[in-house]
Design a protein around this ligand. Structure first.
Ligand SMILES: N[C@@H](CCC(=O)N[C@@H](CS)C(=O)NCC(=O)O)C(=O)O
Length: 205
């Protein structure tokens, strides 16, 4: 293996896609390994924590958990703050996105009636509170940390994009529309030249 290898499911979404974007923005030539759902059970126990994404660096151990992968890429390639306090602030926001996923993801596996009830409760309470907290922590913008893109912005982008396509039943596409800083981070990442060039050569979201 002479190239880094990013292993994730065959979809331009979530934790895997934010790691692909980070590698692409970092200018790293990587092997984009896309696992079919049918092949996953046989592979699961061979992954460090039984989940994806996983990053394999030449000669190194397999690395797991999206935030650990993003912070490593970010630190090495100028996409994560050098200042350790500012880095911790970014990592707090990255964990905030993971908290959101932990609340919404279980509803993906629910039957319709239960899913509707659970998601309506998220819309009434958790999602606005999540967005208000995100909004409080984004400083002047347009990116989370100011003028430059960092890995945290990729994570925020993926979280907002998840809903604003309107494809998550019972959660309005406008759920984050009234949060201008959050929306701005999404928009400037979407329009970033590096992100655009990834989607010019890869599957579109
Ligand atoms: N904390 C982990 C969570 C990883 C995770 O739950 N990944 C999902 C896909 S986004 C997965 O592998 N699901 C399949 C499974 O758990 O069997 C991270 O941040 O990477």
């Amino acid at each position: 293996m002479n190239k880094p290898k990013l292993i994730y499911f065959d979809a331009p979404v979530s934790r895997g896609e934010e790691c692909r974007l980070a590698l692409h923005l970092a200018g790293i030539d990587f092997e984009d390994v896309r696992i079919k759902v049918a092949d996953w059970p046989a592979l699961k126990e061979r992954m460090p924590y039984g989940a994806l994404p996983v990053l394999e660096l030449p000669g190194g151990p397999a690395l797991a958990h999206s935030n650990a992968i993003l912070v490593l890429i970010g630190r090495r390639h100028g996409l994560h703050p050098a200042d350790d306090v500012e880095a911790a602030r970014h990592e707090g926001m990255m964990q905030h996105v993971e908290d959101l996923r932990a609340r919404v993801s279980p509803t993906l596996r629910m039957a319709d009636a239960e899913k509707k009830t659970a998601r309506e409760a998220l819309v009434a309470d958790y999602l606005p509170a999540w967005a208000r907290a995100a909004e409080r922590n984004i400083e002047r913008g347009p990116f989370f940390g100011g003028d430059r893109i960092h890995v945290v912005d990729l994570k925020i982008y993926m979280a907002v994009r998840w809903f604003n396509g309107g494809k998550v039943d019972h959660i309005p596409a406008t759920i984050f529309a009234d949060y201008p800083k959050l929306t701005t981070v999404h928009d400037v990442v979407r329009d970033h030249a590096g992100v655009q060039s990834w989607y010019a050569r890869s599957s579109r979201p």
